[in-house]
Design a protein around this ligand. Structure first.
Ligand SMILES: Nc1ncnc2c1ncn2[C@@H]1O[C@H](COP(=O)(O)OP(=O)(O)OP(=O)(O)O)[C@@H](O)[C@H]1O
Ligand SMILES: [Mg+2]
Length: 378
């Protein structure tokens, strides 16, 4: 049922996904997914297991057929069920790198990378030039004649990368390509992919459930949960301004306190947070509160690096919020300390960059400014 490509009405986007729906039987894997990706942009789909990342990517690749929606790559509509359009993967100009290395063991590094060009019947001169260039880009030119079985995990993943870029696709799709690598190699490959992506300027969609990977690598992050996009933004924005408690919790470490909104003027909020039986509730000054009204249940999101720690009760009131708690535990991570403090029934994370000798059970005081406590409606 493949049809002639149609001309894209929105030529600025390299990839355009509109109202995409994909179901497996009764289960919705992707619900009304909308995203435009600019040429050369690196976009990451981030979310917990089963949230629909791979399915979205497979719809772009043509490996999965959505029930509804439209996907365009460059000026070509590659799938649009309502218009009876579906292009096979080999007719979409995309490269793919997956979690499993998927290199052919009986071929040399060169032949593994050249394979796609041979299938496309490129001339032998073109095959030589392009394959050599792709191997140079991933730093494997010196191993061109080695058999793929005699490569390390990182080298195999580089072969997979070279194979994906060798025919200069418009878009490259990555599905957790680093998750089989050990921590150190993972970081190294992560940096290499970013360098390569910027050097070649190729539009990229990268799937991961690792938030630090997403924050470090991406121009923009799409946070998904339960088949639905929760937030789209650049890494700083997603981290500093999560739209809901799911995103706040998923991106970076955060303490989430449940409470009631008791005062709201503009974006200045006051939230009452219940304590243990017999204790006065906390009153915390915060910002945000978009979509919430006085009397509503809300969440307070508080990042460890925004909380200051004091060994004795600080004087004055210019510290914003003041809480008294007791140390649960701490760990030293070289140049800084991470720990948890119990405040009534709540656990609050701290991160400080100076040495403090803290014993479990010790009374401490936490302060944070109102604009570091984010009030979230849901
Ligand atoms: N071929 C399939 N048949 C039936 N259900 C499927 C199929 N592929 C995916 N699903 C379901 O669709 C949902 C989304 O799956 P998907 O693989 O897209 O998740 P994911 O975000 O990539 O997760 P992970 O991080 O574990 O890879 C899941 O509930 C999954 O069980
Ligand atoms: Mg997946």
């Amino acid at each position: 049922m493949s049809a002639e490509p149609l001309v894209n009405e929105n030529p600025e986007a390299m990839v355009s996904i509109e109202h995409l729906w994909k179901k497996f039987g009764p289960e919705t894997a992707v619900a009304d997914f909308n995203l435009d990706i600019a040429p050369g942009e690196f976009v990451t789909l981030l979310g917990p297991s089963g949230c629909g990342k791979t399915t979205t990517l497979r719809c772009v690749a043509g490996l999965e057929r959505p029930e509804e929606g439209e996907i365009r790559i460059g000026s070509t509509t590659v799938v649009a069920p309502a218009k009876d359009i579906y292009l096979f993967p080999e007719h979409r100009n995309i490269g793919m790198v997956f979690q499993s290395y998927a290199v052919w063991p009986h071929m040399t590094v060169f032949d593994n990378v050249a394979y796609g060009l041979r299938v496309r019947r490129a001339s032998s001169e073109e095959i030589k030039t392009r394959t050599t260039r792709a191997l140079e880009l991933v730093g494997l030119d010196h191993l061109a004649d080695r058999f793929a079985t005699k490569l390390s995990g990182g080298q195999r993943q580089r072969v997979a990368l070279a194979r994906a870029i060798v025919y200069e696709p418009e878009v490259i799709l990555f599905d957790e390509p680093l998750s089989n690598l050990d921590a150190k190699l993972r970081e190294q490959m992560r940096d290499e992919i970013v360098r390569l992506q910027k050097e070649v300027g190729i539009t990229s969609i990268f799937v991961t459930h690792d938030q630090s990977e997403a924050l470090v690598m991406s121009d923009r992050v799409v946070v998904m949960d339960k088949a639905v996009i929760q937030q789209i933004g650049d890494p700083q924005d997603i981290y500093a301004n999560p739209v809901n408690s799911f995103v706040a919790n998923f991106i970076g470490v955060t303490a989430l306190l449940e409470g009631k909104l008791v005062n709201k003027e503009g974006e200045n909020c006051e939230v009452e947070v219940p304590m243990d039986a017999g204790q006065e509730p906390l009153r915390i000054r915060a910002v945000g509160g978009e979509g919430a009204q006085v009397g509503n249940d809300v969440f307070l999101s508080l990042r460890p690096e925004d909380v200051s720690l004091h060994l004795s009760k600080p004087e004055g009131t210019d510290h914003g919020n003041l809480l008294e708690g007791s140390v649960i535990d701490t760990i030293y991570l070289g140049s800084f300390l991470e720990g948890r403090v119990q405040v009534g029934p709540h656990e609050i994370g701290i991160q400080i960059d100076h040495f403090e000798n803290l014993a479990p059970g010790q009374t401490v005081y936490l302060t944070f400014q109102a604009d570091h406590a984010l009030c979230l409606a849901e």
